[in-house]
Design a protein around this ligand. Sequence first.
Ligand code: PBG
Length: 324
Amino acid sequence: MIIRPRRNRQSAAIRELAQETHLNAGHLVQPIFLVDGHDIKQEIPSLPGSFRLSIDHVFTEVEECMQHGVKSFIMFPAVPEDLKDKEATYSYAADNFYLKAALEIKARFPECCLISDVAMDPYSSDGHDGYVENGEILNDRTLPILAKMSVAQAEAGFDILGPSDMMDGRVLAMRNALDAAGFTKTGIMSYTAKYASAFYGPFRDALDSAPKAGDKKTYQMNPANKKEALIEAQLDAAEGADFLMVKPALNYLDVIALLKSNSNLPIAAYHVSGECAMLLAACRNGWLDYDKAMPETLLSLRRAGTDVIITYFAKDFAKRFGSI
Ligand code: PBG
């Protein structure tokens, strides 16, 4: 045998020289669930280790993450039921606690990157990402609402907006509205290939945002489809997206690899709540070793071609490992 692959695996130093993929805190985005009020820290039962936080606790969380090199955050609001309506008007209301929190976070931590969520569901009395009429999600009726929400979020200081709604034409509608309002520097990280997945359960528990009727299959993608992700990617790039996202992540590594090889834009993957919950459940049962399974999972996303990983393990990875 003249070729022996094991030669490159014989010591930690040699393995490091031959390592193809790396992961560090700079690749990671930490999600934050925000609630209105003071001194609130409620653990999400289906996602142990993640909390609904009031702004005072968010400051502590952001500071701790930044100390460990995680500088990017994606924030979602848990909106009280009485503030929800069919038009999601609270999403751009002047006294919206989510927008006020963004202003305060950016004032305190100007060097952080704050990413928003653009979709109607946290604010919608129907619990859908778009406007509902007679049980139908109306695409073009939703776009102006998303555009208004986007301008309000840009005014609040979000660096990057994250449309997670899967309406057709939303990136262009947002880009046009942002540019018309002078926010040419505000970026868009589009949820390009967002699948109608069973793995969003703990997130919907955290925000109380599950659809009141029906499901999201008329706007989120069919998990059976891959080529359709290329159509979405071409549209998002043409409409001015700055990042393309695949969501969920682990069951869709093939889609991540496909977008990476077909686009020059940075590719993000959302390692969603249900995917993190599965791993936590097995570790809490003693069936998997968290310190080994968690980094291996995140590394697999990098290997598939992910540039930016959104994961509930971001802070924990940075604290425990720093980089691998
Ligand atoms: C809603 C939104 C969802 C997630 C992010 N934005 C849920 C959904 O589409 O129902 C899920 C994230 C997660 O599960 O961690 N627009």
